[in-house]
Ligand binder design. Structure first.
Ligand SMILES: Cc1ncc(COP(=O)(O)O)c(C=O)c1O
Length: 491
């Protein structure tokens, strides 16, 4: 089947993007690589003077038989030497002479090729002219997205609780972030539709929906596949772009099974693994309305500062023009190391790695939820919803169940939240209050009151992670948390 082309969404661009002219110097930089051109056109240092001749790293060898966290012996049994040289371009490695030079704002070809192949394995792309560019991670990609689409005073939509840095980034640019109600399966399409259908016509309409569909930060929820289809139709009807920020996409786990005896450690085949993954907005998108942000932060290492954006070629061109003036390019060392490693592993090896992560995170999540079930007081006031993806669990708390809700805290859930926060810290454990992640924007003039009802006002929650500590520390931390809640609620 021949796929159609993406629609032109440039009418949604910010004034900055509409006004941006590509730097004339950048229009000829590609000729630096042309052997027929003697390039006297730019301030590029000669690569002979780069003080690195090669990079050699040991990385684990697929299929990571001993698990992905096992220490390496440095032998052929479990280790792979990734060797990157100044001039050598074999095996998909980026020659340092090119990788450490200016240029390739969109990313080095060896990395981009791998990522495009990876994308076609993961997503069922439904239009022809999509592409991929490298970024310095999703923080950068989101900040750029805001600049590309939004003027000061523009409105975007986001989950009612969302990643605080992403919200802060929007607010700093004067962008209003309007909250959308969510439940255990993410954004509720019917509520989104009602909000959009009743949108105050005198307020600017949202240009973007910013969503973290998988292992949402901070709620740990994942957006159900059937909801994605509905949300996409609403985006078409009300003409906004969907930005899926997906750093946790490959931390999808086995469903939580309460009885440990019923859990199986069955290793999935690649086919089963791919089938198990959540449907992506990209796989639904027929017209280039989705911008997907992927990152290596949670699957390789955060300080690689490397990620990628998938979108239509025309939208990506705007990012490239912006990045030429901002980040210039993702680090050459990082691109060389990551592309060298991934191309040595191959697509199958990378799937093995992601499968290994799935296994590890399933164990961590099970450990955390088991401990919460064991230690948390058994009362309806505390609810734990086992996540199916990501790094976060939440403990949902009915603040009105606090014995001093009225007398001491003036029936104010925020005061109860603060009291709990202080109590857990003094008990030697840190979990963070849900209110830190609250999406609180309001349009001018405001939206109807019903559009702002995002749930039970007495419900508060705390976010914790099972990713960052050893199983022993995690259990001890959750024990402390449970005792603190028990004492605070006088149970
Ligand atoms: C939803 C979300 N987006 C983006 C980021 C940052 O990603 P990166 O390290 O790729 O900048 C995080 C990290 O915590 C996150 O939770």
């Amino acid at each position: 089947m021949t796929l159609g082309e993406a629609k032109d969404f440039s009418y949604l661009y910010s004034d900055e993007t509409k006004a941006r002219k590509p730097s004339p110097l950048k229009t000829c930089i590609h000729l630096f690589q042309d052997p027929n051109i003697i390039f006297l056109g730019g301030g590029l240092p000669l690569s002979d003077y780069f003080p690195w001749d090669n990079l050699v790293v040991d990385s684990p060898l697929p299929p990571f038989a001993k698990g992905i966290g096992a220490p390496l012996t440095g032998t052929k049994e479990d280790s792979l030497k990734v060797s990157i040289k100044k001039q050598d371009q074999s095996n998909g490695t980026i020659p340092l002479a090119r990788g450490l030079q200016y240029g390739f704002t969109n990313g080095q070809p060896e990395l981009i090729k791998f990522l495009k192949e990876h994308n076609t394995i993961i997503h069922d792309m439904k239009y022809a002219d999509w592409d991929v560019i490298a970024t310095t991670g999703n923080t950068n990609a989101w900040e750029s997205t805001l600049r590309i689409f939004c003027n000061k005073g523009d409105v975007i939509l986001a989950e009612a609780h969302s990643f605080s840095s992403s919200l802060a980034s929007a607010e700093a640019q004067g962008v209003i972030v309007f909250p959308l109600p969510i439940d255990q399966n993410g954004i509720i399409p019917e509520k989104l539709e009602a909000i959009m259908d009743n949108w105050n016509p005198e307020a600017a309409k949202p240009k973007l929906l910013y969503t973290i569909p998988t292992g949402q930060n901070p709620t740990g929820t994942s957006l159900a596949d059937d909801r994605k289809e509905k949300i996409y139709r609403i985006a078409q009807k009300h003409d906004f772009i969907i930005v899926e920020d997906e750093p946790y996409y490959f931390l999808q786990m086995e469903p939580y099974i309460r009885d440990p005896k019923e859990r199986t450690a069955k290793k999935l085949t690649h086919e089963e693994f791919l089938k198990s993954l959540a449907k992506t907005f990209l796989s639904i998108d027929t017209e280039g309305r989705v911008i997907r942000l992927d990152s290596f932060s949670k699957v390789l290492a955060p300080a690689t500062r490397l990620g990628w954006i998938t979108a239509s070629k025309s939208i990506l061109q705007s990012y490239v023009y912006l990045h030429e003036m901002t980040i210039q390019a993702a680090s050459g060392f990082t691109q060389a190391l990551v592309a060298g490693t991934l191309n040595s592993w191959g697509q199958d090896g990378y799937l093995d790695w992601l499968l290994g992560l799935r296994h590890e995170y399933t164990l961590k999540r099970d450990n955390a939820i088991d401990a919460l079930h064991k230690y948390l007081p058994k009362t309806d006031a505390f609810v734990v919803n086992p996540p199916i993806a990501g790094m976060f669990f939440t403990v949902d708390i009915d603040a009105s169940a606090h014995p001093e809700f009225k007398a001491k805290y003036d029936s104010d859930p925020a005061q109860v939240e603060h009291a709990i926060y202080e109590k857990v810290i003094s008990s030697g454990v840190l979990v963070v209050p849900g209110s830190w992640f609250k999406t609180e924007g309001e349009t001018v003039p405001p939206q109807p009151v019903e559009s702002k009802m995002t749930g039970n006002r007495n419900e508060i929650f705390f976010r914790g992670t099972y990713a960052a500590v050893s199983p022993e520390k995690l259990t001890e931390g959750l024990k402390r948390l449970s005792i603190a809640l028990k004492e605070e609620f006088g149970l």
